[in-house]
Design a protein around this ligand. Structure first.
Ligand code: FES
Length: 506
């Protein structure tokens, strides 16, 4: 199958220089240790440094190069059809606080970008959620009413900038979009000028909660901190069994240059067609880069390459696109009530905080999380703290998704062990193919690379023991239970796993 585009890379990554912060080379003592250098971790660190705390960020790979480097980078409080759902399941107050906190995050980015003079292509635009079906239009109408009641500047429209008709859309004014890496790399730079420290290629492997807390790095260094923020996307330490309440999903992105005259001039989303999200960004030669996201699926699901081609076809059929320039993928975690977990990690946590479960809205939620955690660590309690508190349990709102997610994990844990592979021997694998094959009595993840060389690693995920599956488009081993991803050589691409899949002899 032909490649979707010339570059299997995110535009945000491709258009910025890589970072080169040093790894930790000795013990560290700070007020706050932030684990994870994505948007939530960096925003928390920056807010804390600004409040006069001694802060250090520890990133296992490179900062702003995980999910934050692969987002669609919409800064909006209009999160699909959420307000009607929030109001009916969690109440009008929760919907209002949610809206207010997310709007606050947009204004925070605008204010900080202006104050620090960050050139991050920040553009103020309306955000739309549209439907093309009659049923969908009914849901949109209900959403307009709920979003307005929650305080969003929302209206019902049928005219949009899209080059096709919609049955109805909610339009929310004065939202924003930006270049996430340009913004966050500048924030990181400013953090170091305020005395904050950033360590890359520094994996934290252990956390001892106490006064102070102690973290251990892979290299054996110790970090002492009064407070710890775990902002690793999927939490690497799970003291509250959050893994039973987080469902990972992967989403695909394609991007293509379009003429400025064809710019739909807004940020768009529909939950139809397995979700389609559209925005543009400034691009070279006066063009705009059209960025289309969709086709979400559970990690470990087969047929990723086909999904990518479906998304590319959808894009070509609706926009004047000559050729796709980029394609990439991102991973999100969904919470049962669709509200992120931001706050004290578990019921007994005095000094350990978590930020996770952004439900595909990581830009505003990441900025909000940074603000909220900095406030909590400083002893304040913003009005919306309770909405995001990870210790909440909304039995009615969570029960269905919770049960479904955990049944799926149980099914994978047991069923995938019993499943027979479509391949009996590594000899049957063509170049670029991978399969779970029993070798020497053990299930192994075997991959033949494009030069014909075979690689074999254990197929048992090092997080909690589910069996990984091959992702044919990204050439990775993905775990269907909580979304850990591994390179064919076994190294960790995406947590919650922190340990590689051990190599196995062929
Ligand atoms: Fe949890 Fe694999 S990610 S078992």
């Amino acid at each position: 199958m032909a490649s979707v585009s010339d570059r299997a890379e995110s535009y945000w990554m491709d258009s910025t220089a890589p970072t080169a912060y040093p790894p930790v080379d000795g013990d560290v003592e700070v007020d706050v240790a932030v684990v994870g250098g994505g948007i939530a971790g960096l925003c928390a660190a920056w807010e804390l440094a600004r409040a006069g705390r001694r802060v250090a960020v520890f990133e296992a790979d490179r900062i702003v190069a995980g999910t934050t480097g692969y987002t669609t980078a919409k800064l909006t409080a209009q999160h699909g059809l959420i307000y009607d759902r929030l109001r009916s399941s969690l109440g009008a107050d929760t919907a209002r606080w949610y809206a207010r906190s997310q709007l606050d995050a947009i204004e925070r980015v605008a204010a900080v970008a202006a104050e620090l003079g960050i050139d991050c292509d920040l553009e103020r635009l309306p955000a739309f959620t549209y439907a093309t079906s009659a049923d969908g239009a009914e849901q949109v109408r209900a959403e307009v009413e709920a979003a307005s009641a929650a305080g969003l500047p929302a209206s019902l429209v049928t005219e949009t900038g899209l080059p096709f008709e919609v049955a109805a859309a909610i339009r929310v004014e004065d939202q924003a979009q930006f270049h996430p890496r340009r913004y966050l790399l500048a924030l990181a730079d400013d953090l170091t000028h305020q005395g904050g420290q950033i360590f890359e290629r520094t994996r934290i492997t252990d956390l001892d909660e106490g006064e102070p807390c102690r973290l251990t790095t892979e290299s054996g260094a110790t970090v002492s901190a009064r407070d710890v923020v775990v902002a690793t996307h999927y939490p690497i330490f799970d003291r509250a069994s959050l893994f039973t309440r987080l469902v990972p999903r992967r989403e695909l992105v394609v991007a293509a240059p379009i003429a400025a005259a064809d710019d739909p001039a807004g940020m768009y989303l529909t939950t139809e067609d397995n979700t389609r999200s559209v925005r543009t960004a400034p691009y070279r030669d006066g063009q705009r880069l059209l960025i289309v996201t969709g086709e979400h699926f559970k990690p470990g699901t087969e047929g990723v390459e086909d999904r990518w081609h479906r998304l590319a076809t959808w894009t070509r059929e609706r926009f004047k696109v000559d050729a796709l320039a980029y394609h990439w993928a991102a991973q999100d975690n969904t919470t049962p009530d669709r509200v992120p977990f931001v706050g004290p990690f578990h019921p007994g946590a005095d000094h350990v905080y978590v930020a996770t479960g952004f439900n595909a809205w990581g830009m505003t939620s990441g900025v909000m999380a940074g603000r909220l955690l900095a406030a909590l660590i400083g002893g304040a309690k913003p009005e919306w703290a309770g909405v995001y508190d990870p210790r909440r349990i909304h039995v009615k709102a969570e029960a269905g998704t919770f049960l479904k997610a955990n049944l799926a994990v149980a099914r994978h844990f047991i069923g995938d062990r019993l499943r027979t592979s479509h391949v009996d021997s590594p000899d049957e694998l063509a170049a670029g193919q991978g399969a779970v094959i029993r070798l020497h009595g053990e299930r192994c993840a075997v991959y033949r690379d494009t030069t014909g060389t075979l690689h074999a690693v254990s197929a048992t995920c090092t997080h909690l023991g589910c069996t990984v599956a091959f992702n044919d488009a990204e050439r990775s081993w993905d775990c269907p239970c909580h979304g850990s991803r591994f390179d064919p050589d076994g190294s960790v691409l995406h947590g919650p796993a922190t340990q590689p899949l051990p190599e196995r002899p062929l």
